[in-house]
Design a protein around this ligand. Structure first.
Ligand code: PBG
Length: 323
């Protein structure tokens, strides 16, 4: 009998040993909860395509945020559903726009919670695109001037981190220079490698933001590519980003790993709405063990190299890990 002397199973004998040797940790310290904010008072409207998620009016956002903070979630990222949309998405940069108002309330009422603002226009524009539409295309540089205004409005409201997600070239540079000129020093978390993805379907339903014509393929990345993701990250870092993001997460773990290996900077991954919805649907059908699947997915994203994860599972994970 010539069995191998190297028996890797030796290290898996007991839970104690397996824990001792575990390489990757999952903690709610490394999770960010997305929150959808809508007009009104005392509203908690369930999002049908994302069971367990809601559109909250601002008073309810405050309540939810207090709960998240108590559970150990350090940060939230806000998405707004405005009362009216127009061609330039003006509520995105209005001083009293839904997000700016929500940020002021959160900073006043939930001290110690990090508040991140998504900076994009698709939720605010009547055409549902992430920038200024000229004819049938998106005008990058005209969009930059709106990005500038929005960054200033979000900074003045007191956002801790600004997260541009529209994939416009020069967005980070525009925001960094606007902030510096205004004497602001917000962290910029860039959605650097954001792919044109069918996994955003439920979000667009939740935020009422699907494009009214065409798609987002002229600005979001082609999922067949990863070299471009590294160039996008490199560019955003040169322009002044502090944190870079890969989005979605699960079909892009190779991209997370490549970014992590190549750049010594914080890397975030966004476990997006479609990834969430698939888990919820399969769990509801009784086909998977929801809690185990969530922990395995999020640990996998961490193992791929993400320092932290934006996930709709944040609250559930905090509750699981608390036990
Ligand atoms: C805004 C934005 C989107 C998401 C985050 N920010 C939608 C999109 O690009 O269409 C998607 C998040 C998710 O699916 O969970 N541009």
């Amino acid at each position: 009998m010539s069995l191998p002397f190297a028996r890797l199973r030796r290290l898996r004998q007991s839970a104690r040993l397996r824990d001792l040797l575990s390489e990757t940790t999952l903690s709610c310290r490394n999770l960010i909860a997305p929150i959808f904010v809508r007009p009104g008072k005392n509203v908690r409207r369930p999002i049908l395509s994302m069971p367990g998620q809601f559109q909250f009016s601002i008073d309810q956002v405050v309540k939810e945020a207090k709960e998240l903070k108590k559970l150990g979630i350090p940060a939230v990222i806000l998405f707004g559903i405005p009362s009216k949309k127009d061609t330039t998405g003006s509520e995105a940069y209005a001083r009293d726009g839904i997000i700016q108002t929500a940020v002021r309330e959160l900073k006043a009422k939930v001290p110690g919670l990090t508040v991140i603002t998504d900076l994009c226009f698709c939720e605010y524009t009547s055409h549902g695109h992430c920038g200024v539409v000229k004819g049938k295309s998106i005008d990058n540089d005209a969009t930059l001037s709106l990005i500038r205004k929005t960054a200033i409005a979000q900074a003045e409201a007191g956002a801790d981190i600004i997260a541009p997600s529209g994939m416009m070239d020069g967005a980070v540079k525009t925001i960094r220079s606007a902030l510096e000129q205004g004497g602001h020093d917000q962290i910029i978390m860039a959605y650097s490698a954001k792919y044109a993805s069918a996994f955003y379907g439920p979000f667009r339903d939740a935020a009422k933001s699907p494009p009214q014509f065409g798609d987002r393929k002229t600005y979001q990345m082609d999922f067949r590519n990863s070299r471009q993701a590294l160039l996008e990250v490199e560019q955003d870092l040169k322009e002044g980003a502090d944190i870079v993001m890969v989005k979605p997460a699960l079909a892009y773990l190779d991209v997370v790993r490549q970014v992590k290996d190549k750049f010594d900077v914080p890397v975030a991954a966004y476990n997006v709405s479609g990834e969430y919805a698939m888990v919820k649907a399969a769990a509801k059908a009784g086909w998977i063990d929801e809690e185990k699947i969530i922990l395995e997915i999020l640990t996998g994203i961490r193992r791929a190299g993400a320092d932290f994860i934006l996930t709709y599972h944040a609250k559930a994970v905090a509750k699981i890990l608390e036990r």
